[in-house]
Design a protein around this ligand. Structure first.
Ligand code: BMA
Length: 367
């Protein structure tokens, strides 16, 4: 066999190993979604977008007030990135696991698109085998059971379809489908979700991604970018990529990491961001801090003294803090008026490189 034929053979073989079943042809994505990806890649040359989970839906001491946001109440502008969770969409429920009606999430997503901002979605879906929550790790065969040939496969495909229907329903009055950075199967390097580190093999985890990706595509979903988002556990790029589903599927590299002890946080963040910078460059993909924060922000200078130096040092497209829960005491990650770190957050907002929705000039979906 000549060398050329051998090479083609090897290439085809590796394609069939690393790609999803139907994923040999090119990706199908709407032009707005393509533009978002291109702009995410270029973002670090302009600045870093600030993000907040569930930002306009509720905050400290309020819920559902029109146009309200704790971030906006403090600094005058909405976050550039808003994040939502569609846990319980799989059950056909009207409201999410955090008790927000899906109609309200849809409206908030469309509003954020209309003001020129970005949306990302995570999915704390229930455990399809035990009927428990995402955090039910009592059974280590759940992922296996939803893969093709598994007992829960059919049920689970139906769950993905419900998520796909929601993604397809995110349309503006003019019928434009809102681009979304979808971030399922997150924090898989820890073992607190049923898809976590000790709960499935690398092959099973990758197959879960492939199945999700293929089914979304089959259902005509063309408005998604996909984020790979482990926790702070990986110590180097090999560990970070140990369960990576491949460049065909993933569009952005991220990670989730929170502050408990400041020195420990800085070490985790610097380590993870160094890895992200390496893999981002090697795979030509944007990178982001997909979840972070310091619960109840007891440090009055946290924004400019802890978070800002980190995001200045690495080429991240965005950094997102988690939600300001209205139903759990002290479970908040963004300031509200009068909060200890509110003045410092205004300083953070005033830095030229921190981007809020007004700074994006409605250019995110054009390229
Ligand atoms: C977690 C907590 C939970 C919440 C979940 C999904 O980190 O905030 O209270 O249900 O995220 O939003």
């Amino acid at each position: 066999m000549n060398k050329k034929i051998l090479l083609i053979g090897i290439t085809l073989l590796s394609l069939s190993i690393t790609s999803c079943q139907q994923e040999v042809e090119k990706k199908t994505r709407s032009s707005e979604t393509e533009a978002l990806l291109a702009n995410l890649k270029e973002m670090p040359t302009i600045g870093v977008m600030f993000g907040h989970h569930d930002d306009p839906l509720y905050g400290i001491g309020w819920e559902g007030d029109e146009d309200r946001s704790d971030v906006k109440s403090v600094c005058g502008d909405y976050p550039a990135v808003m994040s939502y969770d569609i846990g319980h969409i799989e059950l056909g429920a009207n409201q999410s696991l955090d008790k927000i009606p899906f109609d309200k999430i849809r409206k908030a997503i469309i509003d954020q698109y209309n003001r020129g901002g970005m949306n990302t979605i995570s999915w704390h879906l229930d455990n399809p085998k035990t009927g428990g929550s995402s955090w039910d790790v009592s059974d280590t065969t759940v992922v296996a059971s939803v893969l093709p040939g598994g007992d829960n496969h059919e049920l689970f495909v139906g769950w993905i379809d419900k998520a796909a229907d929601f993604m397809n329903s995110l349309q503006t009055a003019n019928g434009v489908k809102v681009p979304i950075l979808f971030r399922p199967w997150h924090e898989h390097t820890g073992s607190w979700f049923w898809w976590g580190e000790k709960l499935c093999s690398p092959e099973q985890y990758k197959a879960l991604w492939c199945m999700t990706y293929d089914r979304m595509k089959e259902r005509g979903v063309d408005n998604l970018l996909y984020a790979y988002s482990p926790g702070i556990e990986p110590q180097d790029s090999t560990q970070y990529l140990a369960k990576y589903p491949g460049d065909d599927i993933i569009d952005l590299f991220g990670f989730d990491g929170y502050q408990f002890d400041r020195d420990q946080y800085l070490e985790w963040m610097n380590n993870s961001l160094t890895i992200l910078e390496q893999v981002g460059k090697a795979h030509s993909k944007p990178i982001a801090i997909t979840e972070t924060g310091y619960e109840a922000i007891p440090d009055s200078t946290w924004w400019t003294e802890t978070l800002l130096p980190l995001i200045d040092k690495y080429p991240v497209s965005y950094a997102l803090v988690w939600r300001n829960a209205r139903e759990r005491d002290n479970h908040y990650y963004a300031p509200y008026p009068g909060q200890t770190s509110a003045d410092n957050f205004i300083e953070f907002y005033n830095q030229p490189q921190t981007l809020f929705v007004g700074d994006l000039n409605r250019k995110l979906y054009k390229h």
